[in-house]
Design a protein around this ligand. Sequence first.
Ligand code: ADP
Ligand code: ASP
Ligand code: MG
Length: 413
Amino acid sequence: MARLVMKFGGTSVADLDRIRRVARHVKREVDAGHQVAVVVSAMAGETNRLVELCRDASPMHDAREYDSIVASGEQVSSGILAIVLQAMGVDARSWLGWQITLKTDDAHGAARIADIDSKKLLERLDMGQVAVIAGFQGIAPDDRIATLGRGGSDTSAVAIAAAIEAERCDIYTDVDGVYTTDPRIVPQARRLDKVSFEEMLEMASSGAKVLQVRSVELAHVYNVRTFVRSSFTAPDDPSILNADIPPGTLICSEDEIVEQQVVTGIAYAKDEAQISLRRVPDTPGIAAKIFGPLADANINVDMIVQIVSESGNETDITFSTPASDFERAIETLNKAGFDDVGGDKGLVKVSVIGVGMRSHAGVAATAFKALSQKGINIIAITTSEIKISILIDAAYTELAVRTLHSVYGLDAE
Ligand code: ADP
Ligand code: ASP
Ligand code: MG
């Protein structure tokens, strides 16, 4: 007997037929004698619809009311799955964030989990009851519902797995694992058997939305055995029935991965913007004058490029920011006294990720050469120990991702 967390995303619970298939996946684990806590997302498209409804009601809406509205999608899907499980003869009960209790901080709209009191949950699991938990939500210190940021059900699942000391956390989604890049834009992408926490963190924070960034951080910190697998595979498929653990990708520590590649994956983040400040005085403290007000306005700055000034008196500085912050960033800079500010919104950040980069030279040069051969202009570059990120025009997204995927030998044969 093991204790498991099974998480099902929006496309996996998109309609009643899919919810019935999800229920059969759950029943399979219950029949195998396991204790099961299920975490569900809202039915596909529902959270987007609710977010838009808030925006239409008022663009400057109250974050507490936003949370109360957008969390409702998961209330519905958890209840429906509980009903379907009961109809199959499985003892099941739905749970909302405040009922568990899953406590968050007060950052409404993008709250972080502060604490999970797993006592009630464990009592029910010990009774053999399946707990169907609404993902994405918790209760803030003001006793109001809080949501965990888009894609947050992954984080609910991993956090609950850590709290109830589950043997593993299975993230069921619409792909059968983590791939070398988004399989929707590169059909040659290969499924990875294992990915290290560090690489998965870089992939997720660079745009691979298969797992929410925070869920990977939690899996790493609490050492939760987390798998990504497909909910679309039939629950009685031989690949599942004949395996100890259903097929998928394991997110694990680096030492569990025997054959390490130099590059593990390519990720991309759309909706990036670039802002340039021209002819700013090249004096000590200028960067603080620019980036201080941006930080105060909660504007995320990612890549920064400073052009060496020819005269020694003036310089140009370019940085990237999410497109959603573009207008606000320009306004903030104007207010801070910078007038010659311009930019562009239609950009994408493409990232090459691999722990093997630590010990291999020339990885970045290979990317630059491959992109130049395709005539793709690089606007900004940043690197970390295991990642190279390149900012380019969004029109070249697919070409750049495919080119890099192929140049690092990641294409499936
Ligand atoms: P869910 O609704 O189950 O949470 P998401 O849409 O959030 O699912 O995440 C799954 C999607 O992530 C896939 O459909 C795929 O297009 C995308 N994705 C992006 N990068 C990758 C990758 N490297 N491997 C697998 N999927 C990826
Ligand atoms: N339903 C929420 C969203 O769409 C949470 C999730 O799916 O993980 O962002
Ligand atoms: Mg998701």
